[in-house]
Design a protein around this ligand. Structure first.
Ligand code: TPP
Length: 514
């Protein structure tokens, strides 16, 4: 066996089963090993930002890392923005980045670069493999690092000679690091605080927003009436009918301040105190009331689920909460197509347990409001603010959960960053329905221009926020990348096309002319 084979076999031994790849010459032995070693599904992505965003979507849904295969420094650099998003989401991801053979580096050939320098800002763990014999143990350590609570980006750099030279054997999976159990003293302290009659809110993130964690939060609410909240871009949440209701904190800073007004205690569960997304002249960045006490039940690296369960028990909460979201589906609208009618149609027609890879941007408000009471679903938003994530996220989510419909509501501006994801959806026959909000604009930036205090917007500035001239044709773009697509200009057209997409498997794209 060579180093590449020992590395791939080790990834498989560690439970990694999906590889989002865009390889080059320095990764050819790794590519060849995808045939000789069984168990790692290779998925070709036409741009590295698709590969890294897909790894994020996969990791958020599967709860374990996928691996990316990237070509030296420039390949990694192309994937950085979505690694930034994945880092913000605390998604476990393993990057394997090829490098020149060790003896070639001295010649400073064209693709030589500072790979560690590119990797550092997004990685919680970086390592350069020194020889083929060490590739297996380095891969096992990379998986362990990615899985370390709460989840991180592990980047392993593999010189070409460490891939092609002989290796002895693969390595086995290493034990998980964390999550740490929150101590009994902390549980007791928080239980006392929750019984002191003060106006209290809980800010949930990570495993507190789905499965057993969300159930335990519901028990605590049933006993104490605590307000359950999550931040605008909570990376993974179970939402809709039958789930415990959680209030989503709004986007703009002053809305967050109003939302939290009067809160005397804010209990963090795997979260940080909310701040405004951007700074604005004369507006505060800090959104928590000055007199509000900040309490940490669980830090992100700690076990939120057990902490919530132990807190519920300490409070004497009922075994289950009866406070559940009631199903409330909107009627199908008629007439004009806009972000509200699109949201109503999506909420009405999407089946149970769909996954939303959501980059709906300015269309998100009506969507989130209607989905809050729609059929049960998983919500995966843009976690790090770097647009161009929704389509890749949908690719990864669809591969992690092949039996679930994936819906990708997406701004046209953001979708243009990583439209190559459509090709991977077509090639892998992924069950993703993409809805492009074709407003021909960077609409949010029009608000932001006003909010940062720009008084006069001239022709040049306006042109920087406008996507007419020429207009992107998403039906042609999708068709050119192998995805069946259609355009809707009225609510009736959109409903008919969306209904058809829900009835069939496979990738579809609807360009919604809002
Ligand atoms: C990587 C990156 N580049 C630029 C931006 C700045 N930005 C934020 S929103 C936006 C436009 C989004 O347009 P679109 O997706 O069409 O949504 P809309 O605002 O029209 O709803 C841009 C360019 C960003 N957030 N991330």
């Amino acid at each position: 066996m060579n180093g590449a084979q020992s590395l791939i076999q080790t990834l498989v031994n560690c439970g990694v089963d999906t590889c989002f790849a865009n390889p080059g010459t320095s990764e050819m032995h790794l590519v060849a090993a995808l045939d000789t070693v069984k168990g790692l599904r290779p998925v070709l992505c036409l741009f590295e930002g698709v590969a890294t965003g897909a790894a994020d979507g996969y990791g958020r849904v599967a709860g374990k890392p996928a691996v990316t295969l990237l070509h030296l420094g420039p390949g990694l650099a192309n994937g950085l923005a979505n690694l930034h998003n994945a880092r913000r989401a605390a998604t476990p991801v393993v990057n394997i980045v090829g490098d020149h053979a060790t003896n070639h580096l001295q010649y400073d050939a064209l693709l030589t670069s500072d790979i560690v320098g590119f990797a550092r800002p997004v990685s919680s763990w970086i390592h350069e493999t020194r020889s083929a014999g060490l590739a297996a143990s380095d891969a096992a350590r990379a998986v362990q690092a990615a899985r370390a609570a709460p989840g991180g980006i592990a980047t392993l750099i593999l010189p070409a000679d460490a891939a092609w030279n002989a290796a002895e054997r693969a390595a086995e999976r290493l034990p998980d690091i964390g999550p740490e159990i929150v101590g009994a003293d902390t549980i007791e302290d928080v239980a006392k605080l929750m019984s002191n009659g003060k106006k209290t809110a809980m800010l949930l993130r990570g495993s507190g927003l789905f499965g057993k964690g969300l159930e335990a939060a519901g028990r605590i609410h049933a006993k104490t009436g605590v307000r359950l909240t999550c931040d605008t871009f909570a990376p993974h949440a179970e939402v809709g009918a039958g789930y415990v209701p959680v209030e989503r904190i709004p986007y703009f800073g002053e809305q967050v301040t109003a939302f939290l007004a009067g809160t005397e205690q804010l209990i963090m569960v795997g979260s940080k105190p909310p701040v405004s997304f951007f700074a604005y002249p004369d507006k505060p960045s800090w959104c928590v009331p000055a007199t509000c006490e900040l309490v940490y039940l669980a830090h992100p690296h700690e076990d939120s689920v057990t902490a919530l369960q132990n807190l519920a028990d300490a409070l004497g909460a009922p075994r289950e909460t009866s406070a559940r979201v009631a199903l409330q589906l909107p009627d199908l609208p008629a007439g004009s197509l806009n972000s509200l009618s699109v949201a109503q149609i999506i909420a009405r027609l999407t089946p149970d347990h769909a996954i939303y890879a959501d980059e709906s941007n300015t269309a998100s408000l009506p969507l989130l409001m209607t989905l809050a009471r729609a059929r049960p679903h998983t919500h995966l938003p843009l976690a790090g603010g770097s647009i161009g994530q929704g389509l890749p996220l949908a690719v990864g989510a669809a591969l992690a959960a092949p039996d679930r419909k994936v819906i990708c509501p997406h701004g046209d501006g953001g979708a243009a960053y990583t439209m190559q994801a459509l090709w991977t959806m077509a090639r892998e026959k992924l069950d993703v329905t993409t809805v492009i909000y074709a407003n021909r604009s960077y609409a949010i930036l029009n608000y932001e221009m006003f909010r940062v205090g720009v008084a006069a917007v001239g022709e040049n500035a306006r042109a920087m926020l406008d996507l007419h001239n020429p207009e992107m044709n998403w039906v042609q773009i999708a068709g050119g990348l192998g995805v069946e697509a259609s355009r809707a200009t009225t609510a009736e057209e959109f409903a008919a096309q969306y209904e058809s997409a829900m009835k069939h498997r496979g990738p579809r794209l609807i360009e919604a002319m809002i």
